[in-house]
Design a protein around this ligand. Structure first.
Ligand code: HSE
Length: 332
């Protein structure tokens, strides 16, 4: 009987960074925790903590359960019953990679539960296939800034250490926007001129981030492939992207498929308060309530804790929930 209990702490992510549609991602210091163990008696159980988690399925159709089974299948292991718990501070359907974090967290937890037979690169392939693009999952899996490419069969990536002074401000609107809807807003073809425009900006952005040339970011974080088409879904977005630099941002973008907006700043900037007020006021003018958070880039992927215990799940003492175990680290 497997007596391991695994807890994985996995970061949120922002994808695209403006011009790098489906290609660039950065891990952010906002987290989800997933606990997995094999129940000593009985069947599969789920425990969810955190806002918006009540709607998640508590049967074997659950994404975390299904992702874990993919790992076991790939590794030739049989673990049909699982005790799964999750706490997340990453808001759902807001463009901060909550589903990618759940996928990466479940892959890492299931892999650790059976002794980590699958390599991080293998987990990246599975995660990319599940998510349909590599940008968010790459960032959550490898931390830092991740440049990735996927041809539908195989994903490749290169990781960049974020510049030390880089900090992000996110404005998270109170409404949800499903990625599927935001992808439907995109055209099926773009002009050569727009493609060239984005290749230039995206390449410049990667070079600027790799070389710590923060002043280049404002020229590089411009996009013609997705943001112009998605702007109608997020009132206030166009104005924020156009004017954020006037309020001290190094650059601004739609975070992933939105609706969250992200602005990068030099952590030592004296203009942080005015930038935050500008973002909040611009969205408020459109009747959109938004929460703002200052987030540092997260430099690593999943942090995995494995406990070998005889008493896992026996209920001999008061059972500690996932939230009890991670208290002190989380906002709840
Ligand atoms: N690159 C993706 C998109 C990220 O913009 O649709 C969101 O999942």
């Amino acid at each position: 009987m497997n007596n391991r209990r695994v807890i994985v702490k996995v970061p949120a992510s922002t994808a695209n960074l403006g011009p790098g549609f489906d290609t660039l991602g950065m891990a952010l210091s906002l987290f989800a925790w997933i606990e997995m163990s094999v129940p000593q008696t009985g069947g599969t159980t789920f425990e969810f903590f955190g806002d918006g988690m009540d709607c998640l399925p508590r049967d074997k159709s659950n994404l975390l359960y299904k992702v874990a089974q993919l790992v076991f299948e790939e590794a030739g292991a049989e673990v049909p019953e699982l005790a799964i718990a999750m706490y997340s501070e990453i808001p759902l359907a807001r463009g901060l990679g909550s589903s990618a974090s759940a996928i990466v967290g479940a892959l890492a937890a299931a892999n650790a539960l059976i002794g980590s037979p699958l390599s991080p690169m293998k987990l990246f392939q599975i995660a990319t296939e599940l998510e349909g693009h590599p940008d968010n999952v790459g960032a959550s899996l490898f931390g830092g800034i991740v440049v990735s490419a996927w041809d539908g069969e195989e994903a490749q990536y290169a990781r960049i250490e974020p510049p030390k002074r880089l900090e992000a401000l996110v404005a998270i609107p109170a409404f949800e926007l499903l990625t599927e809807k935001a992808r439907h807003a995109l055209p099926s073809a773009v002009s050569m001129a727009d493609a060239v425009y984005n290749v230039g900006r995206s390449s410049l952005l990667v070079a600027a981030l790799a070389g710590g040339e923060l002043e280049l970011i404002r020229h590089a974080m411009k996009d013609r492939l997705h943001q112009p088409y998605r702007a109608a879904l997020i009132p206030g977005m166009a104005e924020i992207l156009e004017r954020a630099a006037d309020f001290g941002a190094l650059g601004a973008a739609l975070s992933g498929a939105g609706p969250t907006l992200i602005a990068f700043v030099d952590a030592a900037s004296g203009e942080k308060a005015q930038l935050e007020s500008f973002l909040k006021a611009t969205l408020a003018k459109e009747g959109i309530e938004a929460e703002t958070l200052w987030l540092a880039p997260c430099l690593s992927g999943p942090e995995i804790t494995v406990e070998e215990t005889q008493s896992a799940g026996t209920g001999a003492e008061r059972r500690l929930t996932l939230l009890d175990r991670i208290r002190g680290e989380v906002k709840a």
